[in-house]
Design a protein around this ligand. Sequence first.
Ligand code: CTP
Length: 402
Amino acid sequence: MSTLAGKYIVLGLSGGIAAYKSAELCRALVKAGVTVQVVMTEAAEHFMTAVTMQALSGRPVYTSQWDAREANNMAHINLSRDADAIVVAPASADFLSKLLHGGADELLSLMCLARPIDQVPLIVAPAMNREMWSNPATQRNVLQLKADGVQVLDVGQGDQACGETGDGRMLEAEEILDDLEAFFSPKPLAGKTVLVTAGPTYEAIDPVRGITNLSSGKMGFAIARAARMAGADVTLVAGPVHLPTPRKVKRINVQSARQMLDAVQQQVDAAQVFISTAAVADWRPAHSADQKIKKDGSGQTPQLGFVENPDILATVAHSPRAVSGQLFCVGFAAESHDLLAHATAKRIRKGVPLLVGNIGPATFGQDDNALLLVDETGARELPYASKQTLAVQLMDDIARRL
Ligand code: CTP
């Protein structure tokens, strides 16, 4: 379940073309179980109607501090006191400037100024033209707002409504949602660096053919995302999969097992936790042809010899930092049967303190899974749930062991 479920968020819109994304954000927040109270500035109403936002949030929208619906006529106090956060998206250049100076000439800025600063976090998603964004005035405002404790989200990069290209776009709704979820998540891995491998590897036979497996990478990507949510710096070494990179996760794409080992060895010294979820090919063709292998008409099949790939997990787990306890290594076991017995034996064989077993054929490509955590004291099951939920539970478990 999302960390946003049950929260009450004031969603403020200031004037900007990115307001169309706020409709989607509102919908996504409601879907995540958030009570969304929309407040719009007059400028915002030029881009989006209050009717749309009311329909999406399921609550009347406030646009004026003189709103007579409030018995005491103090909407700025009444709407913000119980809020878990005020999220201003889009936050225009003008609105950031107003926040910085403590301006309060309309309801949204008045509400931001009047909020109990220690109880109601203020999160802003800037949105503006690239020149406005890079202007020293805006950059100064952003720095000072951060110093004042305001959470200023990143801006996106790309084509802008004005026809120019650059920094300053508002993040997409799902990116803001992800950042809000991270904001509200407990941070048991704060200050830690986590290295994750994910997906299959691909071992070339020739330039057009190769050997791979059915791993989708979903579990590893969910773990990378959960580790970031838990406060860690995360590097994800991914085999060939077409999954989007979790936000704020550094991704290194590789193909073969040997490339994966190289990438891991380059990153692992900075890590305190190594989680090896990749389904590394156990063997690769002994020779990879430079040119496509052609049929010669004789009906003869090519003779493929194999050599064993390096065991990435075992290599890392036997390194001095892992042996001395500075690096905590977690292995995965994809089995087809006798999970407990195989996982127990594999944990010892790989030399890792924690091994996570799952039934491979039942989970490859699926969004759900069940995990069996095996350590030296025994085994504990994380019952069937979404891979995201399991990843969060696993991060909690790992954090307790560090
Ligand atoms: N692993 C690895 N490098 C390899 C093979 C496996 O790093 N060359 C890691 C996997 O990422 C996983 C663990 O080792 O964390 C176990 O992988 P699995 O494929 O289940 O086990 P294998 O060692 O390949 O043993 P087997 O196929 O015989 O079950």
